[in-house]
Design a protein around this ligand. Sequence first.
Ligand code: GDG
Length: 515
Amino acid sequence: MVQVELRDQLKGESRNARRREQRLVVVSNRLPFQFRLDAEGVWRADPSGGGLVTALLPVLRNRGGVWIGWPGATGNLQELEKALDESGKRAGYSFSAVELTAEEIHDFYLGFSNEIIWPLFHDMQALCNFEPRFWRNYCEVNRKYAAVIRRQSQSGDFIWVHDYHLMNVAVELRKLGIDSQLGFFLHIPFPAPDIFLTLPWRESLLRALLEYDLIGFQTLRDQRNFVRCARMLVHDFEAEGRGQMQVARIGQREIRIGSFPISIDYRAFLQGAEAPAVAQKAGELHQLLPDSTLILGIDRLDYTKGIPLRLKAFADLLTRYPDLCQKVTLMQVVVPSREDIPEYQQLRLQIEQLVGHINSTLVRPGGWVPVWYEYRSLSRTELLAYYRAADIALITPLKDGMNLVAKEYCTCSIEEDCVLILSEFAGAASQLARGALLVNPHDIEAVADAIHTAFAMPPEERRARMRRMRTSIRENDVFRWVDNFLRAAIATDLSAFPQPEGLPLEAVSEFHDVH
Ligand code: GDG
Protein backbone atom coordinates (compact mmCIF):
# COMPACT_ATOMS: atom_id res chain seq x y z
CA MET A 1 0.00 0.00 0.00
CA VAL A 2 2.76 2.39 1.02
CA GLN A 3 4.65 1.37 -2.12
CA VAL A 4 1.65 2.11 -4.28
CA GLU A 5 1.23 5.52 -2.66
CA LEU A 6 4.92 6.23 -3.10
CA ARG A 7 4.82 5.16 -6.74
CA ASP A 8 1.76 7.37 -7.33
CA GLN A 9 3.46 10.24 -5.59
CA LEU A 10 6.58 9.82 -7.71
CA LYS A 11 4.47 9.54 -10.83
CA GLY A 12 2.66 12.72 -9.83
CA GLU A 13 5.93 14.51 -9.10
CA SER A 14 7.51 13.58 -12.40
CA ARG A 15 4.38 14.73 -14.20
CA ASN A 16 4.46 17.99 -12.29
CA ALA A 17 8.14 18.37 -13.15
CA ARG A 18 7.25 17.82 -16.81
CA ARG A 19 4.55 20.45 -16.58
CA ARG A 20 6.97 22.92 -15.02
CA GLU A 21 9.59 22.25 -17.68
CA GLN A 22 7.32 22.60 -20.67
CA ARG A 23 7.07 26.13 -22.01
CA LEU A 24 3.66 27.12 -23.29
CA VAL A 25 3.11 28.47 -26.78
CA VAL A 26 -0.40 29.89 -27.21
CA VAL A 27 -1.64 30.48 -30.74
CA SER A 28 -4.84 32.31 -31.59
CA ASN A 29 -6.10 34.07 -34.69
CA ARG A 30 -5.65 37.46 -32.99
CA LEU A 31 -3.26 38.56 -30.30
CA PRO A 32 -5.06 39.52 -27.11
CA PHE A 33 -4.30 43.21 -27.52
CA GLN A 34 -5.77 46.56 -28.27
CA PHE A 35 -3.34 48.80 -30.10
CA ARG A 36 -3.44 52.56 -29.65
CA LEU A 37 -1.28 55.51 -30.66
CA ASP A 38 -0.24 57.49 -27.58
CA ALA A 39 0.13 61.27 -27.32
CA GLU A 40 3.70 61.10 -28.71
CA GLY A 41 2.53 59.11 -31.72
CA VAL A 42 4.04 55.86 -30.43
CA TRP A 43 2.13 52.57 -30.72
CA ARG A 44 1.10 51.03 -27.39
CA ALA A 45 -0.28 47.53 -26.95
CA ASP A 46 -2.73 47.08 -24.06
CA PRO A 47 -3.65 43.51 -23.14
CA SER A 48 -7.38 42.86 -23.55
CA GLY A 49 -9.16 41.82 -20.38
CA GLY A 50 -10.90 38.66 -21.65
CA GLY A 51 -11.20 35.53 -19.51
CA LEU A 52 -8.90 33.46 -21.71
CA VAL A 53 -6.07 35.99 -21.34
CA THR A 54 -6.57 36.29 -17.59
CA ALA A 55 -6.47 32.52 -17.19
CA LEU A 56 -3.45 31.96 -19.38
CA LEU A 57 -1.36 34.84 -18.02
CA PRO A 58 -0.23 33.09 -14.82
CA VAL A 59 0.62 29.90 -16.72
CA LEU A 60 2.64 31.83 -19.30
CA ARG A 61 4.43 33.74 -16.55
CA ASN A 62 5.28 30.60 -14.54
CA ARG A 63 6.38 28.42 -17.39
CA GLY A 64 7.54 31.11 -19.76
CA GLY A 65 6.33 31.11 -23.29
CA VAL A 66 4.99 33.06 -26.15
CA TRP A 67 1.60 34.10 -27.54
CA ILE A 68 1.37 34.13 -31.33
CA GLY A 69 -1.34 35.76 -33.44
CA TRP A 70 -2.35 38.46 -35.88
CA PRO A 71 -2.06 41.88 -34.21
CA GLY A 72 -5.41 42.97 -35.67
CA ALA A 73 -3.90 45.85 -37.58
CA THR A 74 -2.20 46.22 -40.90
CA GLY A 75 0.46 48.83 -41.46
CA ASN A 76 3.90 49.28 -40.03
CA LEU A 77 4.43 45.92 -38.37
CA GLN A 78 7.88 46.91 -37.13
CA GLU A 79 6.33 49.67 -35.05
CA LEU A 80 3.71 47.26 -33.73
CA GLU A 81 6.41 44.68 -32.93
CA LYS A 82 8.16 47.31 -30.80
CA ALA A 83 4.92 47.91 -28.88
CA LEU A 84 4.50 44.15 -28.47
CA ASP A 85 8.05 43.77 -27.14
CA GLU A 86 7.45 46.49 -24.57
CA SER A 87 4.18 44.90 -23.55
CA GLY A 88 5.77 41.47 -23.35
CA LYS A 89 8.49 42.76 -21.04
CA ARG A 90 5.83 44.20 -18.74
CA ALA A 91 3.71 41.01 -18.87
CA GLY A 92 6.59 38.61 -18.25
CA TYR A 93 6.37 36.60 -21.48
CA SER A 94 6.58 37.40 -25.15
CA PHE A 95 4.32 37.99 -28.12
CA SER A 96 4.89 37.36 -31.74
CA ALA A 97 2.89 38.76 -34.61
CA VAL A 98 1.74 36.98 -37.76
CA GLU A 99 1.48 39.47 -40.59
CA LEU A 100 -1.57 39.12 -42.86
CA THR A 101 -2.22 40.89 -46.14
CA ALA A 102 -5.57 42.45 -46.99
CA GLU A 103 -6.26 39.59 -49.42
CA GLU A 104 -5.51 37.00 -46.73
CA ILE A 105 -7.82 38.73 -44.28
CA HIS A 106 -10.50 38.65 -46.94
CA ASP A 107 -10.18 35.00 -47.99
CA PHE A 108 -8.94 33.29 -44.84
CA TYR A 109 -10.70 35.30 -42.12
CA LEU A 110 -13.82 36.76 -43.68
CA GLY A 111 -14.09 34.00 -46.29
CA PHE A 112 -13.23 30.52 -45.04
CA SER A 113 -13.51 31.19 -41.31
CA ASN A 114 -16.58 33.38 -41.24
CA GLU A 115 -18.50 32.51 -44.42
CA ILE A 116 -17.95 28.76 -44.22
CA ILE A 117 -16.89 27.39 -40.84
CA TRP A 118 -18.84 29.84 -38.66
CA PRO A 119 -22.27 29.18 -40.27
CA LEU A 120 -21.60 25.47 -40.89
CA PHE A 121 -20.51 24.71 -37.33
CA HIS A 122 -23.57 26.60 -36.04
CA ASP A 123 -25.85 24.35 -38.16
CA MET A 124 -26.63 27.05 -40.74
CA GLN A 125 -25.27 25.44 -43.87
CA ALA A 126 -27.64 27.43 -46.10
CA LEU A 127 -25.54 30.51 -45.30
CA CYS A 128 -22.23 28.93 -46.37
CA ASN A 129 -20.30 30.22 -49.34
CA PHE A 130 -18.18 27.20 -50.35
CA GLU A 131 -15.78 29.23 -52.51
CA PRO A 132 -12.76 27.02 -53.39
CA ARG A 133 -10.38 29.98 -53.27
CA PHE A 134 -11.21 30.46 -49.56
CA TRP A 135 -9.99 26.95 -48.73
CA ARG A 136 -6.70 27.40 -50.58
CA ASN A 137 -6.08 30.64 -48.74
CA TYR A 138 -7.02 29.07 -45.40
CA CYS A 139 -4.34 26.40 -45.95
CA GLU A 140 -1.77 29.05 -46.91
CA VAL A 141 -2.47 31.27 -43.93
CA ASN A 142 -2.38 28.29 -41.54
CA ARG A 143 1.04 27.51 -43.08
CA LYS A 144 2.10 31.07 -42.30
CA TYR A 145 1.10 30.68 -38.65
CA ALA A 146 3.01 27.39 -38.54
CA ALA A 147 6.15 29.11 -39.88
CA VAL A 148 5.99 31.73 -37.12
CA ILE A 149 5.41 29.02 -34.50
CA ARG A 150 8.46 27.15 -35.77
CA ARG A 151 10.59 30.27 -35.40
CA GLN A 152 9.29 30.99 -31.91
CA SER A 153 9.09 27.54 -30.33
CA GLN A 154 11.64 25.14 -28.91
CA SER A 155 11.65 21.38 -28.79
CA GLY A 156 9.58 20.19 -25.81
CA ASP A 157 7.18 23.16 -25.78
CA PHE A 158 3.47 22.53 -25.41
CA ILE A 159 1.78 24.31 -28.31
CA TRP A 160 -1.86 25.21 -27.63
CA VAL A 161 -3.78 26.37 -30.71
CA HIS A 162 -7.19 28.04 -30.35
CA ASP A 163 -10.28 27.95 -32.47
CA TYR A 164 -11.70 27.40 -35.90
CA HIS A 165 -9.42 29.76 -37.79
CA LEU A 166 -6.42 27.52 -37.15
CA MET A 167 -7.57 23.91 -37.53
CA ASN A 168 -4.87 23.21 -40.13
CA VAL A 169 -1.91 24.43 -38.10
CA ALA A 170 -0.92 21.03 -36.69
CA VAL A 171 -0.65 19.40 -40.10
CA GLU A 172 1.55 22.28 -41.30
CA LEU A 173 3.74 22.04 -38.19
CA ARG A 174 4.25 18.31 -38.71
CA LYS A 175 5.28 19.01 -42.32
CA LEU A 176 7.91 21.38 -40.91
CA GLY A 177 9.23 18.58 -38.70
CA ILE A 178 7.93 19.96 -35.37
CA ASP A 179 7.44 17.07 -32.94
CA SER A 180 6.27 19.07 -29.90
CA GLN A 181 3.01 18.16 -28.21
CA LEU A 182 0.13 19.97 -29.92
CA GLY A 183 -3.20 20.80 -28.31
CA PHE A 184 -6.27 22.35 -29.93
CA PHE A 185 -9.42 23.83 -28.38
CA LEU A 186 -12.51 24.58 -30.45
CA HIS A 187 -14.49 27.48 -28.95
CA ILE A 188 -17.51 27.00 -31.22
CA PRO A 189 -19.72 23.89 -31.58
CA PHE A 190 -18.78 20.91 -33.76
CA PRO A 191 -21.70 19.89 -36.00
CA ALA A 192 -23.36 16.51 -36.46
CA PRO A 193 -22.17 14.37 -39.42
CA ASP A 194 -25.05 15.20 -41.78
CA ILE A 195 -24.05 18.86 -41.57
CA PHE A 196 -20.28 18.42 -41.50
CA LEU A 197 -20.43 16.12 -44.54
CA THR A 198 -21.59 19.01 -46.73
CA LEU A 199 -18.14 20.62 -46.41
CA PRO A 200 -16.24 20.04 -49.67
CA TRP A 201 -12.92 19.73 -47.79
CA ARG A 202 -14.34 17.55 -44.98
CA GLU A 203 -11.76 14.77 -45.04
CA SER A 204 -8.72 17.04 -45.30
CA LEU A 205 -9.97 19.20 -42.46
CA LEU A 206 -10.75 16.25 -40.22
CA ARG A 207 -7.38 14.62 -40.89
CA ALA A 208 -5.72 17.96 -40.18
CA LEU A 209 -7.44 18.14 -36.79
CA LEU A 210 -6.35 14.60 -36.04
CA GLU A 211 -2.70 15.73 -36.27
CA TYR A 212 -3.14 17.39 -32.86
CA ASP A 213 -2.30 15.24 -29.82
CA LEU A 214 -5.19 16.61 -27.78
CA ILE A 215 -8.43 17.99 -29.24
CA GLY A 216 -10.77 19.76 -26.83
CA PHE A 217 -14.42 20.64 -27.31
CA GLN A 218 -16.86 22.67 -25.24
CA THR A 219 -19.39 19.88 -24.64
CA LEU A 220 -19.78 16.15 -24.80
CA ARG A 221 -22.15 16.61 -27.73
CA ASP A 222 -19.48 18.39 -29.80
CA GLN A 223 -16.95 15.72 -28.88
CA ARG A 224 -19.32 12.94 -29.92
CA ASN A 225 -20.16 14.68 -33.20
CA PHE A 226 -16.46 14.91 -33.98
CA VAL A 227 -15.82 11.26 -33.17
CA ARG A 228 -18.80 10.20 -35.31
CA CYS A 229 -17.49 12.26 -38.25
CA ALA A 230 -14.00 10.80 -37.84
CA ARG A 231 -15.42 7.25 -37.79
CA MET A 232 -17.27 7.95 -41.04
CA LEU A 233 -14.50 9.72 -42.92
CA VAL A 234 -11.21 8.28 -41.72
CA HIS A 235 -11.13 4.54 -42.35
CA ASP A 236 -8.32 3.68 -39.89
CA PHE A 237 -9.68 5.82 -37.04
CA GLU A 238 -10.57 3.98 -33.82
CA ALA A 239 -11.76 5.54 -30.57
CA GLU A 240 -12.10 3.97 -27.15
CA GLY A 241 -14.43 4.98 -24.35
CA ARG A 242 -17.53 7.10 -24.34
CA GLY A 243 -16.87 9.55 -21.51
CA GLN A 244 -15.50 13.04 -21.44
CA MET A 245 -11.97 11.83 -22.26
CA GLN A 246 -11.46 9.42 -25.12
CA VAL A 247 -8.35 7.97 -26.63
CA ALA A 248 -8.36 7.54 -30.40
CA ARG A 249 -5.86 5.84 -32.67
CA ILE A 250 -4.85 6.16 -36.29
CA GLY A 251 -2.25 3.48 -36.94
CA GLN A 252 0.44 3.98 -34.30
CA ARG A 253 -0.61 7.52 -33.37
CA GLU A 254 -2.62 8.21 -30.24
CA ILE A 255 -4.94 11.22 -30.04
CA ARG A 256 -6.78 12.38 -26.96
CA ILE A 257 -10.24 13.81 -27.46
CA GLY A 258 -12.16 15.46 -24.64
CA SER A 259 -14.71 18.02 -23.56
CA PHE A 260 -13.66 20.99 -21.45
CA PRO A 261 -16.48 23.51 -20.91
CA ILE A 262 -14.84 26.94 -20.81
CA SER A 263 -15.67 29.30 -17.98
CA ILE A 264 -15.00 32.76 -16.55
CA ASP A 265 -12.85 34.35 -13.86
CA TYR A 266 -15.60 34.02 -11.24
CA ARG A 267 -13.83 36.02 -8.55
CA ALA A 268 -13.02 38.93 -10.85
CA PHE A 269 -16.66 39.18 -11.98
CA LEU A 270 -17.92 38.93 -8.41
CA GLN A 271 -15.56 41.66 -7.18
CA GLY A 272 -16.42 43.83 -10.18
CA ALA A 273 -20.15 43.44 -9.57
CA GLU A 274 -19.73 44.49 -5.93
CA ALA A 275 -17.99 47.77 -6.86
CA PRO A 276 -19.87 50.95 -5.80
CA ALA A 277 -19.74 52.42 -9.34
CA VAL A 278 -21.55 49.32 -10.64
CA ALA A 279 -24.21 49.45 -7.93
CA GLN A 280 -24.77 53.13 -8.65
CA LYS A 281 -25.16 52.57 -12.39
CA ALA A 282 -27.53 49.63 -11.77
CA GLY A 283 -29.61 51.92 -9.53
CA GLU A 284 -29.73 54.54 -12.29
CA LEU A 285 -31.09 51.95 -14.73
CA HIS A 286 -33.89 51.08 -12.32
CA GLN A 287 -34.71 54.78 -11.95
CA LEU A 288 -34.88 55.17 -15.72
CA LEU A 289 -37.20 52.18 -16.01
CA PRO A 290 -39.19 52.42 -12.77
CA ASP A 291 -41.61 49.72 -11.53
CA SER A 292 -40.60 47.38 -14.29
CA THR A 293 -39.14 43.90 -14.14
CA LEU A 294 -36.04 44.21 -16.29
CA ILE A 295 -35.27 41.48 -18.79
CA LEU A 296 -31.81 41.60 -20.34
CA GLY A 297 -30.69 40.41 -23.75
CA ILE A 298 -27.08 41.15 -24.64
CA ASP A 299 -25.46 39.78 -27.76
CA ARG A 300 -22.93 40.51 -30.42
CA LEU A 301 -24.72 41.27 -33.72
CA ASP A 302 -24.84 37.77 -35.19
CA TYR A 303 -27.43 35.53 -36.82
CA THR A 304 -26.57 32.68 -34.41
CA LYS A 305 -27.80 34.68 -31.41
CA GLY A 306 -31.52 34.36 -32.21
CA ILE A 307 -32.34 38.03 -31.58
CA PRO A 308 -35.32 38.37 -34.01
CA LEU A 309 -37.01 35.23 -32.60
CA ARG A 310 -36.43 36.53 -29.07
CA LEU A 311 -38.13 39.82 -29.94
CA LYS A 312 -41.06 37.91 -31.43
CA ALA A 313 -41.30 35.86 -28.23
CA PHE A 314 -41.38 39.05 -26.16
CA ALA A 315 -44.15 40.47 -28.37
CA ASP A 316 -46.05 37.18 -27.98
CA LEU A 317 -45.71 37.44 -24.20
CA LEU A 318 -47.23 40.91 -24.13
CA THR A 319 -50.01 39.86 -26.49
CA ARG A 320 -51.02 36.69 -24.65
CA TYR A 321 -50.40 38.06 -21.15
CA PRO A 322 -51.51 41.72 -21.51
CA ASP A 323 -51.45 42.15 -17.74
CA LEU A 324 -47.63 42.17 -18.05
CA CYS A 325 -47.69 45.36 -20.14
CA GLN A 326 -46.09 48.18 -18.14
CA LYS A 327 -44.69 45.59 -15.73
CA VAL A 328 -41.82 44.23 -17.84
CA THR A 329 -39.20 45.86 -20.08
CA LEU A 330 -36.79 44.09 -22.40
CA MET A 331 -33.36 45.77 -22.42
CA GLN A 332 -31.82 44.49 -25.63
CA VAL A 333 -28.19 45.45 -26.17
CA VAL A 334 -26.71 44.56 -29.53
CA VAL A 335 -22.94 44.89 -29.67
CA PRO A 336 -21.69 45.99 -33.13
CA SER A 337 -19.83 43.28 -35.03
CA ARG A 338 -18.75 42.52 -38.62
CA GLU A 339 -20.52 45.71 -39.70
CA ASP A 340 -19.08 45.73 -43.21
CA ILE A 341 -20.77 42.41 -44.15
CA PRO A 342 -24.16 42.83 -45.93
CA GLU A 343 -25.82 39.89 -44.01
CA TYR A 344 -25.00 41.59 -40.73
CA GLN A 345 -26.31 44.97 -41.95
CA GLN A 346 -29.49 43.16 -43.02
CA LEU A 347 -29.80 41.50 -39.61
CA ARG A 348 -29.42 44.84 -37.85
CA LEU A 349 -32.16 46.30 -40.03
CA GLN A 350 -34.45 43.34 -39.28
CA ILE A 351 -33.87 43.70 -35.52
CA GLU A 352 -34.48 47.45 -35.56
CA GLN A 353 -37.68 47.07 -37.62
CA LEU A 354 -38.98 44.50 -35.13
CA VAL A 355 -38.14 46.73 -32.17
CA GLY A 356 -39.86 49.65 -33.90
CA HIS A 357 -42.91 47.52 -34.62
CA ILE A 358 -43.21 46.21 -31.04
CA ASN A 359 -42.69 49.62 -29.49
CA SER A 360 -45.16 51.35 -31.78
CA THR A 361 -47.93 48.75 -31.48
CA LEU A 362 -47.67 47.92 -27.78
CA VAL A 363 -46.72 51.28 -26.27
CA ARG A 364 -49.08 52.54 -23.52
CA PRO A 365 -49.76 56.06 -22.31
CA GLY A 366 -47.55 57.02 -19.37
CA GLY A 367 -44.11 56.60 -20.88
CA TRP A 368 -43.60 52.80 -20.74
CA VAL A 369 -41.66 51.50 -23.73
CA PRO A 370 -41.64 47.68 -24.10
CA VAL A 371 -38.16 47.30 -25.66
CA TRP A 372 -35.24 49.47 -24.54
CA TYR A 373 -32.86 48.92 -27.46
CA GLU A 374 -29.19 49.89 -27.66
CA TYR A 375 -26.80 49.25 -30.52
CA ARG A 376 -23.39 49.81 -28.98
CA SER A 377 -20.61 48.31 -26.97
CA LEU A 378 -20.81 48.69 -23.18
CA SER A 379 -17.91 49.58 -20.91
CA ARG A 380 -17.03 46.91 -18.34
CA THR A 381 -18.74 48.94 -15.57
CA GLU A 382 -21.88 49.32 -17.68
CA LEU A 383 -21.90 45.64 -18.58
CA LEU A 384 -21.72 44.61 -14.92
CA ALA A 385 -24.38 47.19 -14.03
CA TYR A 386 -26.73 45.78 -16.69
CA TYR A 387 -26.14 42.29 -15.28
CA ARG A 388 -26.87 43.49 -11.75
CA ALA A 389 -29.93 45.50 -12.73
CA ALA A 390 -31.63 42.76 -14.75
CA ASP A 391 -34.16 40.59 -12.94
CA ILE A 392 -34.24 38.08 -15.79
CA ALA A 393 -31.63 37.29 -18.45
CA LEU A 394 -32.98 36.06 -21.77
CA ILE A 395 -30.15 34.26 -23.55
CA THR A 396 -31.54 32.39 -26.52
CA PRO A 397 -28.89 31.65 -29.17
CA LEU A 398 -29.90 29.24 -31.92
CA LYS A 399 -26.52 27.57 -31.31
CA ASP A 400 -23.53 28.66 -29.22
CA GLY A 401 -20.24 27.02 -28.24
CA MET A 402 -20.66 27.96 -24.59
CA ASN A 403 -22.04 31.50 -24.01
CA LEU A 404 -20.08 33.23 -21.31
CA VAL A 405 -22.69 35.96 -20.84
CA ALA A 406 -24.91 33.34 -19.13
CA LYS A 407 -22.17 32.50 -16.62
CA GLU A 408 -21.23 36.16 -16.08
CA TYR A 409 -24.88 37.08 -15.44
CA CYS A 410 -25.31 34.40 -12.77
CA THR A 411 -22.03 35.38 -11.12
CA CYS A 412 -23.14 39.01 -10.91
CA SER A 413 -26.49 38.03 -9.37
CA ILE A 414 -25.11 38.70 -5.91
CA GLU A 415 -28.51 38.67 -4.19
CA GLU A 416 -29.37 35.40 -5.96
CA ASP A 417 -32.85 36.67 -6.74
CA CYS A 418 -32.68 36.59 -10.55
CA VAL A 419 -33.70 34.08 -13.20
CA LEU A 420 -31.74 32.82 -16.20
CA ILE A 421 -33.69 31.75 -19.29
CA LEU A 422 -31.26 29.88 -21.50
CA SER A 423 -31.36 28.23 -24.90
CA GLU A 424 -30.89 24.50 -24.75
CA PHE A 425 -28.57 24.92 -27.76
CA ALA A 426 -25.97 26.95 -25.86
CA GLY A 427 -23.05 24.89 -24.55
CA ALA A 428 -23.68 26.42 -21.12
CA ALA A 429 -27.06 24.61 -20.96
CA SER A 430 -25.39 21.37 -20.04
CA GLN A 431 -23.78 22.84 -16.92
CA LEU A 432 -26.63 25.16 -15.94
CA ALA A 433 -29.57 22.83 -16.67
CA ARG A 434 -30.49 22.40 -13.01
CA GLY A 435 -30.87 26.13 -12.39
CA ALA A 436 -31.87 27.81 -15.63
CA LEU A 437 -35.23 27.71 -17.39
CA LEU A 438 -34.20 25.95 -20.57
CA VAL A 439 -35.98 26.83 -23.80
CA ASN A 440 -36.01 25.93 -27.46
CA PRO A 441 -35.35 29.37 -29.02
CA HIS A 442 -37.35 28.44 -32.14
CA ASP A 443 -40.47 27.88 -30.02
CA ILE A 444 -41.74 31.45 -29.68
CA GLU A 445 -44.66 30.59 -27.41
CA ALA A 446 -42.53 28.42 -25.13
CA VAL A 447 -40.01 31.26 -24.73
CA ALA A 448 -42.85 33.66 -23.93
CA ASP A 449 -44.20 31.18 -21.37
CA ALA A 450 -40.74 30.85 -19.81
CA ILE A 451 -40.60 34.65 -19.36
CA HIS A 452 -44.00 34.46 -17.70
CA THR A 453 -42.79 31.64 -15.42
CA ALA A 454 -39.68 33.63 -14.52
CA PHE A 455 -41.77 36.72 -13.78
CA ALA A 456 -44.02 34.78 -11.42
CA MET A 457 -41.32 32.59 -9.86
CA PRO A 458 -41.36 32.67 -6.03
CA PRO A 459 -38.22 34.16 -4.42
CA GLU A 460 -37.22 30.85 -2.74
CA GLU A 461 -37.20 29.04 -6.07
CA ARG A 462 -35.22 31.84 -7.74
CA ARG A 463 -32.68 31.67 -4.95
CA ALA A 464 -32.35 27.87 -5.01
CA ARG A 465 -31.87 27.79 -8.78
CA MET A 466 -29.42 30.69 -8.85
CA ARG A 467 -27.39 29.26 -5.95
CA ARG A 468 -26.96 25.93 -7.78
CA MET A 469 -25.68 27.69 -10.90
CA ARG A 470 -23.35 30.05 -9.04
CA THR A 471 -21.83 27.22 -7.04
CA SER A 472 -21.15 25.29 -10.21
CA ILE A 473 -19.58 28.32 -11.95
CA ARG A 474 -17.46 29.13 -8.88
CA GLU A 475 -16.17 25.56 -8.66
CA ASN A 476 -15.49 25.32 -12.39
CA ASP A 477 -13.87 28.63 -13.20
CA VAL A 478 -11.58 29.44 -16.11
CA PHE A 479 -8.44 28.61 -14.11
CA ARG A 480 -9.74 25.09 -13.58
CA TRP A 481 -10.51 24.90 -17.30
CA VAL A 482 -6.90 25.74 -18.21
CA ASP A 483 -5.61 23.29 -15.65
CA ASN A 484 -7.90 20.48 -16.87
CA PHE A 485 -6.85 20.99 -20.47
CA LEU A 486 -3.13 21.03 -19.72
CA ARG A 487 -3.44 18.01 -17.42
CA ALA A 488 -5.36 16.09 -20.07
CA ALA A 489 -2.39 16.52 -22.37
CA ILE A 490 0.04 14.80 -20.03
CA ALA A 491 -2.02 12.64 -17.62
CA THR A 492 -0.91 9.02 -17.68
CA ASP A 493 -4.14 7.69 -16.19
CA LEU A 494 -7.10 9.15 -18.04
CA SER A 495 -9.68 7.05 -16.16
CA ALA A 496 -8.94 9.11 -13.05
CA PHE A 497 -9.31 12.32 -14.98
CA PRO A 498 -11.93 14.59 -13.38
CA GLN A 499 -15.17 14.84 -15.28
CA PRO A 500 -16.54 18.35 -15.74
CA GLU A 501 -19.84 18.86 -14.00
CA GLY A 502 -22.97 18.85 -16.13
CA LEU A 503 -25.36 16.78 -18.13
CA PRO A 504 -24.39 15.58 -21.58
CA LEU A 505 -26.33 17.86 -23.92
CA GLU A 506 -28.40 14.94 -25.21
CA ALA A 507 -29.81 14.67 -21.69
CA VAL A 508 -30.71 18.35 -21.49
CA SER A 509 -33.99 18.03 -23.38
CA GLU A 510 -35.01 15.00 -21.30
CA PHE A 511 -34.29 16.93 -18.13
CA HIS A 512 -36.15 19.92 -19.48
CA ASP A 513 -39.25 17.87 -20.37
CA VAL A 514 -39.47 16.30 -16.93
CA HIS A 515 -38.98 19.49 -14.92
C1 GDG B 1 -16.70 32.27 -28.67
C2 GDG B 1 -17.87 31.28 -28.84
C3 GDG B 1 -17.79 30.78 -26.41
C4 GDG B 1 -20.18 41.19 -24.72
N1 GDG B 1 -20.68 42.42 -24.92
C5 GDG B 1 -19.87 43.29 -24.30
C6 GDG B 1 -18.86 42.58 -23.69
N2 GDG B 1 -19.06 41.29 -23.97
C7 GDG B 1 -18.20 40.17 -23.52
C8 GDG B 1 -18.94 39.32 -22.52
C9 GDG B 1 -18.33 37.95 -22.75
C10 GDG B 1 -17.91 37.99 -24.23
O1 GDG B 1 -17.91 39.35 -24.62
C11 GDG B 1 -18.88 37.25 -25.12
O2 GDG B 1 -18.95 35.93 -24.70
P1 GDG B 1 -19.17 34.71 -25.66
O3 GDG B 1 -19.28 33.47 -24.86
O4 GDG B 1 -20.30 34.98 -26.61
O5 GDG B 1 -17.75 34.66 -26.39
P2 GDG B 1 -17.15 34.94 -27.84
O6 GDG B 1 -15.70 35.22 -27.63
O7 GDG B 1 -17.89 35.99 -28.56
O8 GDG B 1 -17.31 33.57 -28.62
C12 GDG B 1 -18.69 31.19 -27.56
C13 GDG B 1 -16.58 31.69 -26.32
O9 GDG B 1 -15.87 31.81 -27.57
C14 GDG B 1 -15.57 31.19 -25.28
O10 GDG B 1 -15.10 29.92 -25.61
O11 GDG B 1 -18.53 30.86 -25.21
O12 GDG B 1 -19.73 30.23 -27.73
O13 GDG B 1 -18.69 31.73 -29.93
O14 GDG B 1 -17.18 37.76 -21.97
O15 GDG B 1 -18.70 39.84 -21.25
N3 GDG B 1 -17.90 43.16 -22.94
C15 GDG B 1 -17.97 44.52 -22.82
N4 GDG B 1 -18.92 45.28 -23.43
C16 GDG B 1 -19.89 44.72 -24.17
O16 GDG B 1 -20.74 45.42 -24.71
N5 GDG B 1 -17.04 45.13 -22.06
